[in-house]
Ligand binder design. Sequence first.
Ligand SMILES: Cc1cc2nc3c(=O)[nH]c(=O)nc-3n(C[C@H](O)[C@H](O)[C@H](O)COP(=O)(O)OP(=O)(O)OC[C@H]3O[C@@H](n4cnc5c(N)ncnc54)[C@H](O)[C@@H]3O)c2cc1C
Length: 629
Amino acid sequence: MQALAAKNAQAAAGPPRQCAVPARTGSRCSRRPAQPARKAQPIFASADKVSPLKAQAVDDIAVYTEVSTQSVADAQVKLDKPRVVVLGSGWASACFFKALPKDIKEKYEVVMVSPRNYFLYTPLLPAVAVGTMEERSIVEPVRNLVLGKGDYYEAVCKAIDPVRKELVACFPKDAGLDEACFKIAYDILIIGVGSVNNTFGVKGVAEYCQFFKSIEDANTLRKRISECFERAALPYTPEEERKKLLSFVICGGGPTGVEVAAEIHDFVFNDLKAHYPELLKDVRIRVIELMDYVLSTYDRKIGEFTHKQFERAGIELVLNTRVASVRDGYVSVVPKSGEEFEIPFGSCVWATGIAMNPLIKELQQQFPEQTHFRSALTDEFLRVKGSDGSIWAFGDASTIEQPRALQRADELFEQADTNKDGLVGLKELQALLTEASKEFSHLEEHARFLEAKNKRASHLEEHARFLEAKNKRFGGLLQRALAGNSNGAESPMQTVEETDELTKEQFKALLEKIDSGLRALPATAQVAKQQGEYLAEVLKRGSFDQQAKVLQPNEKQAPFKYNHKGSLAYVGGDQAVMDIPKVGPIFGTGAGIMWKGYETFAQISLRNQLLVISDWVRTKLFGRDISRV
Ligand SMILES: Cc1cc2nc3c(=O)[nH]c(=O)nc-3n(C[C@H](O)[C@H](O)[C@H](O)COP(=O)(O)OP(=O)(O)OC[C@H]3O[C@@H](n4cnc5c(N)ncnc54)[C@H](O)[C@@H]3O)c2cc1C
């Protein structure tokens, strides 16, 4: 390996370097002296274990600088401690580092690799787009998070070689300097690269809409709003053009779309109003949503409240409507019942959904077990399926594969049939579901339902109550999971009568129905944060198996369990909506105060908390800054 790396290095680099810094120091050399650019050698080339696809992917890194080549060779030098490489600096990775104890460096060498050298508090991104918050208030340098615990390299991971346990990462071209690629070996790899925007194949979205995921997106929108108003305010702007410039279209009525619409409305009617009074009559803010109400993953009452709040404010909801295509300044939409029509816009924000990070796509090529359409499949300890336990994943980039009870149906039937008559009665079924729910947690609710039935309780009510409570805990997910029926009318247990005795085939059919209700966790910061903290715990309490070269979780380590604490969204006019487990939906000004309090104290550092407080106060006292800097 060393020899191969050195050979590649020589081939790619040519004469010896002027400055060469080992990769693990994280330092980079100054620009190299002018030389003809050399074609990169595939870093993993000629390795018989590496698939051609792998080599192909690495070969895509066009120019391989001397610095990176030197780093490639040096990256192979091993420390006496296992090296943990964490990809990404988002919610999952930042919370992972925050939760690590300082003495972790005595056990492991921990390195974060990410092209973004700051953590971004995404829930307040819509507030940045209109100047309620300043961008620096909601970002935290990752170097503050890794300080004393590990190291950080600003680089985007381009390829992973799970056989050799090494990856290729490059200092990003868009940082203004040359791209510098290097190879880094890992013992444990943790992938937290998040997701990318999803256009759902709609024509024109990438060209003419603005995405809303990064701090750059928020700044672009802030500038765009200002441009639209200034242009519309020019003396000779024709009326039609003025109306088009002042039309703000938001595609997607989920929490992000709703919050962006609410913030734009606050900005226009609180701050721009005084400066452009003659333009207000032409301002239109529209949210296009496929469903018949917005915030469809929340309690229905929340969607209804938001609808009324938006109606009062004059924000238009274009419901039951699909975006067909976008062209310069026009979005073409199709209502469920009706003809396609075009909406002109000055700015169109695309806030509809997420897709798989290309790095995960690349990983899928190497593991046939990886079949999920959006993320890396993991087990319930967050180990990537198909890897030998050396690769872990969390946050938006991962999905926990739900263990399907049906796969063990025969064994479970034998276990349930205690009197060995080839049939399973209600009591036997309940006892089995209770026992098996330790392994298959989704069986728990059905065991409880049967328990209620056995006690001759009003089973429908009990199930409905249980499902409702559970449903709230999961932000409405369970409702959809159980065939869209929250009152239990179509629950598989409904079909089991007290006198029933199930044959093996009927038992299997029942398990199949129960399994079909399984759904993945939502792609939220809340899940990513909990998974980051969980993996920090696994690393802290577990041990590195020197023989197998994998991280072994502590034997008492429980699988990851998501604890839904509630969903919230800002809906404008100092009002918010909240869907809190065991409490239910809350909305209005009181919820607005709680929302502000929560978003302040949930910041990742005290510095951010204080900056966010000062921004709320500044906005209340002086309004938002309308200059375009
Ligand atoms: C506007 C907005 C508002 C939101 N509001 C909420 C909310 O109120 N509540 C909530 O729960 N969720 C919210 N979310 C969702 C939440 O932000 C995501 O679920 C969360 O960020 C996922 O965390 P993550 O760590 O998986 O990924 P991210 O936070 O997206 O981080 C991914 C990281 O990986 C890095 N990266 C990408 N590719 C590579 C690579 N190849 N190599 C190395 N690094 C790479 C990126 O630079 C980034 O640092 C919101 C999202 C948005 C966009």
